[in-house]
Design a protein around this ligand. Structure first.
Ligand code: ASP
Ligand code: MG
Length: 424
């Protein structure tokens, strides 16, 4: 059987015309038989679309903002195509469609599906531009609508994959195309049973690459990043970070769980299940080795630091002179599950439960409202959660120095501390 490879390019790797020319070089120099190219929205387009949505919800004018996004994409096209290229009307046409969706009525309660139909335009447009450019350069490829091959349930914004249908569709629709040409498709977006657009959660394009690799039983996935690979700490925060040549799936999954943003947390599992290696490589230095994530024997002992911003500490105190028991924990967790909030740290004492969660629009308010009758609730915002795997006393000391620690937890391998962000 022919070998299949998946390449994923995130927003930063296609943020302007130069970056897209660089994408072409990378793909052209590494092209093998069956290649799937997954792209995110360009630059910070998804954030910009979210801002438009927020304006729409507040009943404010968003026309300036959407004109800006259109201009941004047209500028990129000008750097890539002749002025008579068909890409210009294509991009304009997508923006008219977007306007139409935005003009539509936002009925009560369907905010999440509205969100998905709006933000998906980022990926639709970027994939059209990339596809058109590769073809214009003589690298003929096929554009594929990801919504035809990735099926999910109807949990808009956090849709769950229907693995069986997706694999079937990959084999039926994608495989025959791949034997002819490389395929360009969108990350992040999918469709539910009724054909409505869904999305897989912010930064979900890595996950798309893994889903398609799984469906196609691919030989490898490469994620092209603006860093050299997976490092033991974010190089933007720590100047002495070191890169891993290789990393075990479990280790990589654990780092993403603690918040390492280099790979989306859901990416690892589908690949590990089929032993498909995942390469994380630099699009700036594509010939460097990067990091290979696969089954590795032996344990890693290099200390790893993951810093998560925007954390909220919420404490639930019992008010009826009882002690914390399972049923209290159960009601807090049931509410968290309902709001699709995950806990980054948990600590219980005789009379209170403390949890650390990520800041997400409107969710804290709902959580407090729904549990207000059972607990006395307090919270602290704008905190930073620092996790150290394979800790040592010197490193821990260095990390917390000058910061006010609100909560600490330590196991044999992992140290976590929640601090007030000294820069806020
Ligand atoms: N464009 C989407 C986002 O910014 C998906 C991705 O970049 O992976 O969240
Ligand atoms: Mg992105």
């Amino acid at each position: 059987m022919a070998k299949t490879f998946v390449f994923k390019f995130g927003g930063a790797s296609i943020k302007d015309a130069e970056s897209i020319k660089n994408l072409y070089e990378i793909v052209f120099n590494r092209l093998r038989n069956n290649t799937i190219i997954v792209v995110s929205a360009m630059g910070k387009t998804t954030n910009a679309l979210e801002e438009i949505l927020a304006l729409k919800l507040e009943g404010k004018d968003y026309s300036l903002k959407s004109a800006k996004i259109l201009e941004y994409h047209l500028d990129i096209c000008e750097g890539l195509f002749d002025s008579n290229s068909l890409i210009f009307p294509t991009v304009r046409n997508y923006f008219s469609q977007l306007e139409r969706v935005l003009d539509g009525n936002l009925a009560q309660g369907n905010y999440d599906s509205f969100y998905d139909s709006v933000v998906s335009f980022g990926e639709m447009i970027s994939s059209k531009i990339v596809h058109e450019y590769l073809c214009a350069k003589g690298l003929y490829c096929i554009w594929q609508d990801a919504r035809e091959i990735i099926l999910t349930n109807s949990d808009f914004r956090f849709a769950k994959i229907d693995w069986e249908s997706t694999s079937r569709l990959c084999q039926k629709l994608l495989a025959p195309k791949l034997t002819q040409f490389p395929v360009v498709t969108q990350g992040f977006i999918a469709a539910d049973q009724k054909g409505r657009t869904t999305t897989l959660g912010r930064e979900g394009s890595d996950f798309t690459a893994a889903i398609l690799a799984h469906g196609m039983r691919a030989n490898a996935v490469t994620i092209w990043k603006d860093v050299d690979g997976v490092l033991n700490a974010d190089p933007k925060r720590f100047s002495d970070s070191v890169k891993f040549e290789e990393l075990d799936y479990k280790e990589a999954a654990e780092l993403t769980y603690y918040g390492a943003s280099v790979i989306h947390p859901k990416t690892i599992k589908p690949l590990a299940n089929l032993s498909i290696p995942l390469y994380v490589k630099s699009f700036i230095h594509p010939d460097r080795s990067g990091t290979k994530i696969h089954h590795v024997q032996g344990v890693n002992t290099v200390p790893c630091i993951v810093v998560k911003d925007n954390q909220i500490l919420v404490s639930f105190k019992v008010t009826d002179f009882t002690f914390i028991n399972e049923s209290h924990i159960h009601s807090v967790y049931t509410e968290l599950e309902r709001l699709k909030l995950s806990v980054n740290l948990l600590q219980t004492s005789a009379i209170s439960i403390s949890i650390v969660i990520e800041k997400e629009l409107f969710k804290l308010e709902k959580l407090i409202y729904n549990l207000r009758n059972q607990f006395e609730i307090r919270y602290n915002e704008s905190l930073q959660l620092i996790t150290v795997k394979n800790h040592n006393p010197v490193l821990m000391e260095k990390l917390v120095i000058g910061k006010e620690a609100l909560l600490e937890q330590m196991t044999r391998t992992t140290f976590q501390v929640l601090v007030k962000n000294p820069y806020l």
